[in-house]
Design a protein around this ligand. Structure first.
Ligand SMILES: C[S@@+](CC[C@H](N)C(=O)[O-])C[C@H]1O[C@@H](n2cnc3c(N)ncnc32)[C@H](O)[C@@H]1O
Length: 216
């Protein structure tokens, strides 16, 4: 049964961090690796798409307590857990969809997203990534750590499975459902390039999870 995205994460809040860190291949390393790729200045402005409980920012905030963090997430409960971890830091947490929330222009030194964007099509991501590129200052960049389909055939299969499930269950197309539909990393890079990012490079890979850097 498909679950609405925010209901899915609300129901799994307790034990979420432990699950991610112990059950997801590479997670014991990729959160710290991702944090280490964010800019080193102490008052940098960072945008996180789908920040959840803030796992990817824990080490960064500990090292840069004056960083200005904007985190967007559909789940108020996940954001609440993030705030509990850092009650005294400069967190601007927005409960909403990153497709809808305005990011502004040239506001952020860098953006990051971990394990959130593998639910969307290339057509949905192109305007999102274009909006994101415009929100990052010149010289800044986007760090995307996410898992990707192993082949184009697998990518097609994920989307076809979702289409069939939605049809069977008569779901509302305006809602976000939790069902993984990763693109291949090659397709993801094509979308990032189409949105105007440059110097797109794979920094590292753990199983199916890649860390990609895209510059503005
Ligand atoms: C697997 S969790 C990852 C959370 C965190 N980045 C991490 O790695 O632990 C995916 C997160 O993306 C959020 N999410 C999914 N689609 C979203 C959207 N359209 N806008 C904002 N948040 C979204 C979910 O609510 C969830 O908290």
């Amino acid at each position: 049964m498909l679950e609405k995205m925010s209901d899915f994460f609300k129901a799994r809040l307790d034990g979420y961090d432990e699950h991610m860190l112990t059950e997801i291949e590479g997670a014991a390393e990729f959160y710290g690796f991702t944090a280490s790729k964010l800019p080193a200045g102490n008052e940098c402005s960072i945008l996180d798409l789908g920040c959840g409980t803030g796992l990817e920012l824990e080490q960064y905030i500990a090292a840069h307590p004056d960083a200005r963090i904007t985190g967007i997430d559909l789940s108020a409960e996940m954001l609440g857990r993030f705030k509990e971890k850092f009650p005294d830091n400069n967190l601007n947490l927005i409960c909403g969809s990153y497709f809808d929330v305005p990011f502004g222009e040239r506001r952020f030194d860098a953006a990051v997203s971990v394990e959130s964007l593998h639910h969307f099509t290339a057509e949905e991501k192109l305007p999102l990534y274009t909006k994101l590129r415009k929100a990052i200052k010149r010289g800044g960049y986007f760090i995307l750590t996410d898992y990707f389909a192993e082949s184009e055939e697998a990518e097609r299969m994920y989307f076809e499975n979702l289409r069939v499930l939605k049809k069977e269950q008569g779901t509302d197309d305006c809602e976000f459902y939790h069902y993984d539909t990763p693109l291949t990393v090659e397709h993801e890079i094509t979308v990032l390039g189409g949105a105007g990012f440059s110097n797109i490079e794979i920094l590292y890979k753990w199983g199916a999870t890649y860390c990609v850097k895209a510059a503005v």
